[in-house]
Write a protein that binds this ligand. Structure first.
Ligand code: CUA
Length: 173
């Protein structure tokens, strides 16, 4: 009898482990949860700082790496469409102007939470070229189910060089 229960527990733990690894979700850094948040003020995102509109989209950093900056807000992602080269690590920095939202890349097990007053950062590499929807995966109000962005992954040679000051987006559809 005891053995049976042990086996059941093992199965349950295994199932739980499987479930939890299916979706790789990037949440806030621990220091923010502990109350140390010093992220951008959601009310002034568009006025100054890293998340002004002219700084959103993909940028090439001085070290040659790529960073995508995005804002989530009811009920759009800004920019609505992002274009990235394939097979290169892309660093994302996202924040929210209002509620908690979550970028989820459809068909991939990636998720990225956008939280007001904080910047969530993660680096993803997109192995294959193509178009992917980015639905919001966190209930954020009545418009939640229509909130989606788009990701275009293009091969590296189809991605023209970016000047340091340049930011690139694609056309929303
Ligand atoms: Cu944004 Cu749901």
């Amino acid at each position: 009898m005891k053995k049976k229960i042990g086996f059941g527990v093992a199965i349950a733990l295994f199932a739980l482990a499987l479930l939890s690894t299916r979706f790789y979700m990037v949440d806030l850094p621990v220091w923010h949860i502990l109350g140390g948040g010093d992220g951008p003020d959601p009310a002034t995102l568009h006025l100054h700082g890293e998340f002004v509109e002219s700084n959103l989209g993909i940028a090439k950093d001085p070290k040659g790496t790529f960073t995508v900056r995005m804002i989530a807000q009811q009920y759009v992602f800004v920019p609505q469409c992002i274009v990235v080269p394939a097979d290169v690590p892309i660093r994302f920095r996202v924040t929210s102007a209002d509620m908690v939202h979550m970028l989820s890349f459809l068909g991939m097990n990636y998720g990225l939470k956008a939280v007001p007053g904080a910047v969530t950062e993660a680096t993803f590499t997109f192995a294959k070229a193509g178009e992917f929807k980015i639905p919001c995966h966190e209930f954020c109000g009545p418009g939640h189910y229509a909130m989606r962005g788009r990701l275009e992954v293009v091969s590296e040679n189809q991605f023209p060089p970016l000047n340091p000051e340049e930011r690139r987006n694609c056309e929303p559809r």
